[in-house]
Design a protein around this ligand. Structure first.
Ligand SMILES: *Cc1c(COP(=O)(O)O)cnc(C)c1O
Length: 380
């Protein structure tokens, strides 16, 4: 028997409290029980997003919520600035293209990030920009973009800042109201410790104002109509009922731990994973602030990273992830977001040592684990 362990940067493991809650018989969504459930979920989501704005859940993956953000705030021909340095940044570009938006493309090489000064220049040169689209945590490269600095820039313009926080909500601090992020997009299957199936959009007043003039086509993803139902603790269409039930449980777990502690835990797991990889002589892919959600690591010279991913799976029944697109073969990614704790990191690193040894690499056994443990025993 090989115990299965999901250590990919999404979807992530689901705690047993959440699994058991979701195993309850299904309830109908137009009942007082559902309303009571949603009242609690609605309040918990505001705390998690650190906003007084309403958070609108949608039955879709994270990308659906990204699309909803675009079609509700923009019109064909509108100019948008896409701040990107990875595959999820490319996704904003693809959505913007699909809807006929005029794109100002601000890119950095994968592993890096785009400096806020470049965004400031672009908005000065292009005052017609209606929205800035970016990621907080770029999951394909393991880099955290400086959303706080981007928000300080967009606050001085008419443009809204739309942030894909799918792999940072409940992982890295992103105080929506305090920083002035106008629209935050998230998903259920990363920091929220839930199965995939729910996307979220949270809009502040500046973003809601944009919805008034937006003419891009929308029906299922009409957030203005959704909001009317959310405000009454009702739902417009059949929601992902079981995942909403699980969400209440996940929000309770996050609340019990305390958001500040949740962020600290992710930071420690990330620092320990990086220290472990470096102790093995491996190079980290992130050349800028690394994301606390995952660690992207370059394979040893001459080794295809897909072999490392396959060995984790075949020899140890552990799912990790490789590189996407042009990064295929060049990096592997260890997720440590959501329901992840210190000894999951120890498992990931000790398995890495065995995987590398199996691939014929010289390994000083225990060196990565030792480096991680040193971080775990530090007083925080
Ligand atoms: C996982 C992820 C998404 C959403 O992907 P879906 O497969 O549509 O849920 C979007 N952005 C980032 C940064 C992600 O990590």
């Amino acid at each position: 028997m090989k115990k299965y362990q999901l250590m990919a940067p999404g979807p992530t493991p689901v705690p047993s409290e959440v699994l058991l809650a979701m195993a309850q018989p299904i309830i109908h969504h137009r009942t007082p029980q559902y309303e009571a459930l949603f009242v609690e979920v609605r309040a918990g989501l505001k705390k998690l997003f650190q906003t007084s704005a309403e958070v609108v859940p949608l039955a879709c993956s994270g990308t659906g919520a990204m699309e909803a953000a675009v079609v509700n705030t923009l019109s064909a021909g509108d100019a948008v600035a896409v701040v990107r340095a990875g595959k999820f940044g490319d996704r904003w570009l693809e959505i913007a293209r699909a809807y006929g938006l005029d794109i100002i493309d601000l890119t950095a090489p994968f592993g890096h990030t785009v400096d806020a000064a470049r965004l400031a220049d672009a908005l000065k040169t292009h005052p017609e920009v209606k929205a800035v689209l970016t990621q907080h945590s770029e999951t394909s490269t393991g880099v955290l973009h400086d959303v706080r600095a981007y928000a300080a820039v967009t606050r001085q313009h008419d443009a809204i800042l739309i942030v894909d926080a799918v792999s940072s909500l409940g992982i890295a601090d992103l105080p929506m109201d305090a920083w002035g992020v106008d629209l935050v997009v998230a998903g259920s299957q990363k920091g929220l410790m839930l199965p995939p199936g729910i996307g979220f959009c949270a809009l502040n007043e500046k973003a809601w104002r944009k919805t008034k003039t937006s003419t891009l086509p929308k029906y299922y993803f009409n957030l203005t109509d959704e909001l009317k139902f959310v405000a009454k603790n009702e739902v417009r269409f059949t929601p992902a009922v079981s995942i909403i039930v699980g969400l209440r449980e996940a929000l309770r777990l996050l609340e019990a731990e305390g958001l500040a502690n949740v962020f600290k835990r992710h930071d420690r797991l990330a620092r320990a994973t990086r220290a472990g990889a470096e102790a093995l002589g491996l190079e980290l892919f992130a050349k800028h602030t690394p994301s606390p959600a995952l660690t992207a690591i370059r394979p040893p010279t001459g080794v295809d990273s897909e072999k490392i991913v396959a060995a984790y799976s075949q020899s140890h029944n552990i799912t990790i992830a490789g590189g996407q697109g042009e990064m295929k073969g060049k990096l592997f990614r260890l997720g440590h977001m959501g329901y992840a704790a210190e000894f999951d990191t120890i498992v990931a690193l000790s398995a890495l040592e065995q995987v590398l040894a199996d691939l014929g690499q010289p390994v000083d056994f225990g060196s990565s684990v030792r480096a991680a443990q040193k971080i775990f025993v530090e007083k925080s």
